[in-house]
Ligand binder design. Structure first.
Ligand code: NAP
Length: 240
C-alpha cells in the first residue's frame, strides 16, 4: 500500500513540509489563519470532531501516517492526534519544537495559566502581550494602573486601556525594539513557542532589562517518533 500522509499543521515548519508533499497527501488546518492555495497536496480546513472524528477520518481517507506538526501550545489537537492514530492503528509522528532557553541577562518568570499571570503582572504598568487572542477576553479586567499592548494576528478594537496591534511574524529586532520603546513596555508576556520568527522580542527584553512572563508549555502526548526540526521531519518523510 502506498504511503498517504495527513499532516496537521498551522505553523511555519508544517507549511514548508506541506509544500514538499505530492497530491496523494493531505495538509490540515484548523481554519484560524491563512489557507494556502498554491500547494500540490490536498488542503482541508476545520476540526474533525475530537479524537473519534479524527480516527474516522483517518480510516475513511486511507491515511497510513499521521504527522502532528501543530503549535507546541495546541495541546488538544496533539492529544487527539495521538489517540486517533492509535484507534485507527496507524503511526503518529510529531514535530516538537524545542523551547527557548533563558540566557544570561534574562529575567524570565514562568506562569502556569491566566490567574497566575494576572497575579505576577500586578507590579507592572505597561505589559506587551504576545499570546494571540486569549487576552482579548479579559480587556474588561484591566486594572486602572495598567495599559496593555496586545499583539495578535489580526487587529481588532481595544479599549481605553488597551491597544490591539495586528501583525504577523517574522519580526525584526529593530522593529521590536521600536515597539517596546514607543509603548514604554515594562514587561513582556509570551508563550515559549521556540519559533525563530518571534524570538527577537526576547533579545529586546534582555537588552532593555524587561522581565518576561512565560506561559508554561503544555505536556504533549507521546507518539511513535518525535522530531525537533522541520528539516529532520522532512528527511524522515523522504520529502526533503
Ligand atoms: P487546539 O486547542 O489544540 O485545538 C482546538 C481544536 O481545533 C482541535 O480540537 C481541533 O478540532 C481543531 N484543530 C486544531 N488544529 C487543527 C488542524 N491542524 N487541523 C484540523 N483541526 C485542527 O489548538 P489551538 O491552540 O486552538 O490552535 C489551532 C491551530 O492553530 C493549530 O493547528 C495550531 O497549530 C495553530 N497555531 C496555534 C498557536 C497557539 O498559540 N496555540 C499558534 C500558532 C498556530 P476538533 O477537535 O474538532 O478536531
Amino acid at each position: 500500500m502506498s504511503q498517504r500522509i495527513l499532516l496537521l499543521g498551522g505553523i511555519t515548519e508544517a507549511l514548508a513540509i506541506a509544500r514538499l508533499l505530492g497530491p496523494q497527501h493531505i495538509y490540515s488546518l484548523a481554519g484560524i489563519g491563512r489557507v494556502p492555495d498554491d500547494l500540490h497536496c490536498q488542503v482541508r480546513v476545520g476540526g474533525f470532531g475530537g479524537a473519534p472524528g479524527l480516527a474516522s477520518y483517518l480510516r475513511e481517507a486511507g491515511i497510513t501516517l499521521l504527522v502532528d506538526a501543530t503549535h507546541p501550545y495546541a495541546a488538544q489537537i496533539s492529544a487527539n492526534a495521538a489517540s486517533a492514530a492509535r484507534m485507527a492503528g496507524i503511526p503518529c509522528w510529531a514535530l516538537r519544537r524545542p523551547a527557548w532557553q533563558a540566557q544570561a541577562g534574562d529575567d524570565w518568570r514562568e506562569v502556569d495559566g491566566w490567574a497566575a499571570l494576572i497575579t505576577q503582572l500586578a507590579p507592572f504598568s505597561r505589559p506587551l502581550f504576545t499570546l494571540g487572542r486569549e487576552p482579548l477576553q479579559h480587556l474588561h479586567e484591566i486594572p486602572p494602573t495598567q495599559f496593555w499592548t496586545l499583539r495578535a494576528l489580526q487587529a481588532c478594537p481595544g479599549n481605553a486601556r488597551c491597544e490591539v496591534i495586528g501583525a504577523r511574524g517574522p519580526f525584526q529586532l529593530e522593529d521590536e525594539r521600536a515597539l517596546f520603546t514607543s509603548r514604554g513596555i515594562d514587561v513582556l508576556v509570551s508563550k515559549n513557542s521556540g519559533s525563530l520568527a518571534t524570538e527577537p522580542k526576547l533579545e529586546v527584553a534582555r537588552g532593555l532589562g524587561v522581565p518576561v512572563l512565560i506561559l508554561k508549555r503544555p505536556v504533549l502526548a507521546e507518539v511513535e517518533r518525535v522530531f525537533y526540526s522541520g528539516a529532520e521531519l522532512a528527511a524522515a518523510l523522504g520529502v526533503d
